[in-house]
Write a protein that binds this ligand. Sequence first.
Ligand SMILES: [Zn+2]
Length: 331
Amino acid sequence: MKWLQPYLERLNRARQQGRMPHALLISGQDGVGKRILAEQLAHGLLCERPTADGQACGQCTACVWLRAGTHPDLLWLEPEEPGKAIKVDQVRALTGELCMTSHAGRHKVAIVQPADAMNKNAANGLLKTLEEPTDNTLLALLSALPGRLPATIRSRCQQLQIAPPDDLTARQWLQGQGLDSTKATRYLQLANGAPLKAQQLAETDSAAARAHRLQQLLAVFKGSQDPIETAREWADAGERQSLDWWQAWLQDVIRWQQGGKPPHEAEVAQNLQQVMQTVDGRQLFDMLDQIFNALNSLGSGLNRQLMMEELMIFWAKLADPASCRTGLAGR
Ligand SMILES: [Zn+2]
């Protein structure tokens, strides 16, 4: 990942000049490569025969262990379950390990991911280690939300903020991962320019999940599924992808209603035909506007569940004869 290269070079220069920090706070949005950067840095430090530019050789015993994820001098501090807090007991176990000499007689590296998941006690537990570091240890704290870390933690770390690569670099990398140019552009937009996030979105964009969402929408429209429950499920699953599909389907329906071709996927056409035939075009545009606004306000701290509920209720009402044109077929 060539956009991470300048950061690695800077760190390697610091290492060669004996200025390698004991604690590094690597920040940057999700999917920009913080974890990979930390791993590459760790591998370079733990490798027995690193290259001149500080990269791991990939062949020594240490590198074999690193690849297998079993190197005893690379420690991870992560929540026990995704989304949960990192607890003080976990920090104590880590700091205990860090105090011991390295197994291979070289460095010890600990990666805290995500560092902002540490609760207050855990962060306090880590402070002492940051203030009195052991020789040849590196503590790398990763965070997309470094502002959530206590100032005492931040001030004791050297800060390294990773910016997303420029658009061309990001698209080229995604295309190298097998995405075509249209998809690369589209997912990159959804991921706010973060290449790994874009790749992840593309991978989870599975046909099955998409079909399921479409069926749910039709069921809500027909009144056979509760809009609130559906909204909760979508919000829990991370609504951005679903909203993006929804927006695309509505655009299909609007084009179709205006005399364009039906959606080219038979399943989409079949599920949305009733919507196309029965809902007023103006209301479809209203719905589209609402989804567009929702997509734009994601991540702004608004109540996502409430937002999804409002969208679903609006959608369910489109099928309500009282709020639509009257005398429609199929009602
Ligand atoms: Zn090696």
